[in-house]
Every structure is written in C-alpha cells, then in structure tokens.
Design a protein around this ligand. Structure first.
Ligand code: PLP
Length: 474
C-alpha cells in the first residue's frame, strides 16, 4: 500500500457546517431581537456597497468567519429592514422563524421537484399544502388537486398571472394580436406585463367606481366596443385587494360576464388572499366558483418568506395542455401512469425547488388559528388607525380600509401629504409609502409585518399627529 496523500478538497465538512450553521442561526436570532433598533431604510449612496467589494473573485478560499463578519460590515449597511415591526410601506414581505427553518431544510435537501419521480415528497407536500389552503381560505372545493383543478407554488403573483394569460390565449382561437385582456384601471402592473409577454395585442384598463373597484357595466361596455371593432376578448383579471388601496373588484359580476362571453376569469388576490383565513372577510371573494384561475402570495402576509405564490386553476386540463412538452429524457413510468402530478407542466420553468416545505412548516407551526389570530390583530390595528384618522381635523381617508392598508391624505393638499410621509420616514424607525390616486397624493400605511403590534401603531400615530399639526403651523 502506498501512502498517497488524500486529494485536496475545498468543501466545507459536515462538522464545520455544524459549527458555522449554529453561528448563522445565532446571527439571525440576534437580528430578530435587534431589527427594530436599526434605521429602517438603508442610507448608503449608489455604488457604496459595491465599492467595498473586490473586482474579482477571491482566488484563495477565505475563512467562513471573514464572510460572516462582512455580513455586518458590508451587507447590513445596505439592507432595508422589511422585517422591522415599523414596516408600513408597500405590502409586507414577511418571514418568520418556522419559514426560515423550512427554507434552510429545502436548501439542504437541494432537490429538483420538476417531476413527481425526481422527489415524490416535494410534489406531494406541495399538493397537500395547496389543498389545505383551499379549505383554510374558503376557496372552491373543486380547486383541490383531488378534483379537476389544483394549486401550484410559483415564484410570484406576476408569474401566476402571466401563466393564466398564457393558458387563456392558448385556449382562444384567432390572432394573438387581436386578443384583448381586461382589468381595472387600478390593476397591478403585472397584468399589463403578463399580457405583453404572452403576446396579447391589447390591454383595456376598465374605469373604477368611487371606491376604486372595477365597474362591471364599464367592463361589459368595453367588451362590446372591442367585439364591434373586430377584436377578440379573451381574459379578464379582477382583484381582491388592489395594490393601490386594497379595493375589491366585483368578483361575481365579473365572473358572470366572463362566463357569458367565454372569457377566462383570473382573480388576483396577491395580498388580501391571506385575510380569507378569517371567514368574516370571505364575502369579498364571493363568486370565486365562477373564476378559472386565482393567485395569492403567502410571501406577503402569511409569514412565509419570498418566494411563495399560490396559483390555482379550476380545471388543470387547459393549463397542462398549454404548457406540457415532453422531451425523451423526462419520460418515466410514474408520469406515464397518469397517477401523479408533474408540476413542471404547471408553469414556465422546468426546475423547481422545494418551496412547499417552508409553507408546510409555517402552516403547522402557526396552525390556522395562529394565522387567523395575527391577521385579525393587524386588521383591527388598521381599523383603529382608520378611526383616529377619521376623527382628526387635518386628515382624511382617501379609500376604505377593508384589510390592513390605511390610505389617507392631509386636508391641506399634496404638499402637506408628502411632508407628512417624509416626516414619518425621517423618523428612521417607521416606513410608509407615499402614492397617488386620482391625481391626488396620499399616504399608504400597510399594517401586517409579522411583528407589528399595537405598540408600534401607537408610536406611528404619535408621529402622524405631531407631523400633521406641524405642517398646519407652517
Ligand atoms: C404585490 C401584488 C402583485 C405582485 O406580486 P409579485 O408576487 O411580487 O409578483 C400582484 N398583484 C397585486 C394585487 C399585488 O398586491
């Protein structure tokens, strides 16, 4: 036996991984404990983070401790703290401890779940969580994978909506350039983008009512005008909770129009879908049984970190027909038996990670009861803030507060409203989004970050109160 030296390895050993893994978990736990003491938005200048990094990759391996310490020195100054309880901007992009741990396990297993046979648990757990959510959110029973429909996890609501528009286009006949998609004037930009990518010739943004919900009569009228002009109405997207003000489009009336005209009806509930865990909000989704597809994002309000968007179809046949392509190297007995789901046929990408795992961890760790509890807490806080704004002489609401988003303005006009948002954001611990609706500036306060409680909203109200009277004094 010759005494050959073992070949070099640059891999981290399981023992080193164990050690550094504990350090990383400790680092994250400390982050959770201190996130609300940090300035909520990054104050770096463009290029500042980049300037701290070398232009070329290190030739020699670096110790893991050096990487970790650069997390503090280089990365953290450029982080905007979406996980701070003072996060009232945009919509939440929540995470939670069980979600982080599920994500970690998914990374560790590192499976590709493109086919059932490439990791059966990845597919079957995804089916189960998608089916659980049907019951938990009061969605139509036929959307379960055990029925004609089914749910799949995609990266984002934008992908889900794009996919829905591809299926609708595939099912329709005629020139794509003559095909039309309808959505409200308040629809998310992903509708327009999805339609463009899917090759539609036209997107009609339908006028809204005084609560910013799509007008069913205006939808009907737009369809008639297009038919008369020789165009082909193909799909309509309605929103349960628009991004601007969480307005709710008339889902049932839209579904009835879609049915009578042969249009595909896709429902975008990216943010507000989570609220449906509470039965008292389900009247907002009345008529879903007339929808062909639906999307909502657990990665917004359901304590599951990005990316995790559910996409449901009432009937999976047209979806699979539109997206299935079978190269010979993917042929296998399980798929050919027709007894399994191959999720690669449910969206554009082939490869897919085990995203269901973190959602499964979250749903089990919180239970439906835990999610309901925190959603109700956030909505109650938004309702209380709404009352305070209504009774404040210098402030007024610009839209109703059906969920966790409060939309309001200063009565003195756009400048005062912008000054108010700026004063809040300059506090360094709270962050809101100024926006525009109907040509008027307003402040969006979205209450729904995982750790936001009454204490944080009270503190925000103190800021709003002092800033709104200050702008009057000027
Ligand atoms: C946030 C949002 C989207 C986009 O979600 P992504 O997952 O980031 O693509 C789409 N529609 C509505 C109504 C939203 O609020």
């Amino acid at each position: 036996m010759t005494n050959e030296p073992s070949p070099p390895s640059y891999h981290m050993s399981p023992d080193e991984f164990r050690w550094h893994g504990h350090e990383v978990i400790e680092w994250l736990a400390r982050y959770m404990e201190t996130v609300d003491d940090r300035p909520i938005t990054a104050t770096v200048q463009p290029g500042e983070i980049r300037a701290m990094l070398p232009d070329v990759v290190p030739e020699q391996p670096e110790p893991f401790d050096a990487i970790l310490s650069d997390l503090d020195e280089i990365v953290m100054p450029g982080i905007t703290h979406w996980q701070s309880p003072g996060w009232f901007a945009y919509f939440p992009a929540n995470t939670s401890p069980p979600s982080i741990l599920g994500e970690l396990v998914a990374a560790g297993l590192g499976v590709q779940g493109m086919l059932w046979s490439t990791s059966p648990a990845a597919t079957e757990i995804e089916e189960v969580v998608a089916d659980w959510l049907v019951g938990m959110l009061g969605l139509p029973e036929s959307w379960k994978t055990t029925g004609p429909g089914g749910g799949v996890i995609q990266m984002s609501a934008s992908d889900s909506t794009h996919t829905a528009l591809v299926v609708a286009r595939d099912r329709a006949s005629g020139e794509a350039g003559k095909m039309v998609v309808y959505a409200s004037a308040q629809a998310h930009s992903s509708v327009e983008k999805g339609a463009r990518v899917a090759g539609y010739g036209h997107v009609r943004l339908v006028p809204v009512d005084d609560q910013f919900a799509m007008r069913a009569d205006a939808l009907e009228e737009a369809i008639e005008i297009d038919i008369a002009a020789g165009l082909i109405p193909v799909a309509v997207v309605s929103a349960v909770g628009t991004t601007g003000t969480t307005a709710v489009d008339p889902v049932r009336a839209t579904g009835e129009i879609a049915r009578s005209r042969g249009l595909w009806h896709h429902v975008d509930a990216a943010y507000a879908g989570t609220a449906m865990v509470c039965p008292e909000f389900r009247h907002f989704q009345d008529g879903l049984e007339l929808a062909d597809s639906y999307t909502f994002n657990p990665h917004k309000w359901m304590f599951t970190n990005f990316d995790c968007s559910l996409f449901y179809v009432a009937d999976r046949k047209p979806l699979i027909e539109a997206l299935s392509i079978l190269p010979p190297y993917l042929r296998n007995e399980a798929s050919e038996s027709g007894e399994v789901i191959d999720y690669r046929d449910w969206h554009v990408p082939l490869g897919r990670r085990f995203r269901a795992l973190k959602l499964w961890f979250v749903l089990r760790s919180y239970g439906a009861e835990g999610i309901r509890h925190h959603v109700r807490e956030h909505v109650a806080l938004a309702a209380a803030l709404t009352d305070r704004i209504e009774s404040h002489p210098q402030l007024e609401l610009v839209a109703p507060t059906p969920f966790g988003l409060v939309s309001f303005a200063h009565i003195d006009g756009d400048e005062a409203t912008d000054a108010l948002a700026e004063a809040i954001n300059e506090s360094g611990w709270a962050f809101v989004t100024p926006s525009t609706i109907d040509g008027r500036r307003f402040v969006r306060v979205s209450i729904g970050q995982t750790n936001t409680t009454a204490e944080h909203v009270d503190r925000l109200w103190e800021l709003i109160e002092s800033a709104s009277s200050r702008s009057v004094d000027q």
